[in-house]
Ligand binder design. Structure first.
Ligand code: PDD
Length: 287
């Protein structure tokens, strides 16, 4: 299967794709990204992902490298050239290439790179039995709502989770769980209320989060967008996480504490079913 990347206006073989050493993404992590899944060669929720990309860039005063409409064309072309039916696309935009200086360079065009990868579906065993998460302090910067390429704190948290054989790390701001290193975090209280951190500068507003909250409300589930504590999470009836690659994934253990019955809860299973149906309706893909 061909592996083609898009680099600043050119479609190139992945092995030969490269950026300049003075790209500000490399020098300062001065850039943002998006990860978008595609099924049957169509993006899932492409519009909100590209809207979030535009919002992240605006927050950093980086101009859009091209219009959203043009980006859609490049993405479709890239999917075709890679010949993949299902997978993911990383879209990365940096402030561009300039002599190293903290100040924004003048007259520098933003750099745009897109790469395609194989799908990152959760394993059937993870969906069936749920996953474990650990908790660790949230040491990230104050603008986690921007999908910045500066992911060092997330990398460290995810590595810590892996060293404890956990799927994800839930990040703690004092007593509150903010989100995961690469996903949003949720609980169901014993009163059947779905609770997740509100959209603040402390979390990334996940596209999957938006969809799942809408689906939950439509299904008549009570939703509270507020911070929840670790104590609350440990005694919750159910817990789960969401992301573009994990979809809706049940969480059955937080550190050494078993959540609920220690198996995926009924509300979580229902939300997963609704989310799978959302994917099917938009792309025709059946899990
Ligand atoms: N990560 N929070 C963080 C910190 C994330 O990195 C992600 C996504 C999410 C979920 O966002 P969404 O539902 O839009 O995927 C929440 C992606 C998958 C990544 O880093 O590749």
């Amino acid at each position: 299967m061909p592996h083609i990347a898009y680099v600043n206006g050119r479609y190139v073989h992945h092995m030969e794709a490269s950026v300049h050493i003075e790209d500000r993404g490399y020098q300062f992590a001065d850039g943002i990204y998006e990860y978008i899944a595609f099924y049957n060669r169509s993006m899932l929720d492409g519009a909100p992902h590209l809207k979030r990309l535009e919002r992240s860039l605006k927050a950093l005063s980086i101009p859009m490298p091209m219009s959203i409409q043009a980006m859609n064309v490049v993405i479709s072309e890239l999917i075709e050239r890679n010949g993949r039916e299902h997978g993911g696309i990383y879209v990365q935009v940096t402030r561009g290439v300039a002599r190293r200086d903290h100040l924004f360079p003048k007259n520098t065009a933003p750099a745009l790179v897109m790469t395609v990868c194989a799908p990152k579906f959760p394993k059937p065993v993870e969906i069936k039995h749920g996953v474990c998460v650990i908790t660790t302090p949230d040491i990230r910067w104050g603008r986690c709502d921007i999908k910045s390429v500066a992911l060092l704190a997330n990398v460290l948290a995810k590595q810590e989770a892996s060293s404890h054989k956990a799927r994800e790390a839930w990040l703690m701001d004092g007593n509150d769980v903010t989100e995961g290193a690469v996903s949003n975090a949720y609980i169901f209280t014993k009163k059947d209320v779905l609770v997740t951190h509100p959209l603040t500068e402390g979390i990334l507003g996940g596209i999957t989060r938006d969809v799942v909250i809408t689906l939950a409300k439509k299904a008549g589930i009570a939703v509270e967008e507020r911070a929840f504590t670790l104590v609350e999470a440990r005694s919750a009836a159910e817990a789960f996480l969401t992301s573009t690659s994990a979809n809706v994934l049940p969480v059955v253990k937080i550190d050494d504490h078993v959540v609920g019955e220690g198996t995926p809860g009924k509300h979580t299973r229902k939300l997963l079913e609704l989310y799978i149906d959302h994917i099917y309706k938009q792309t025709g893909f059946k899990f």
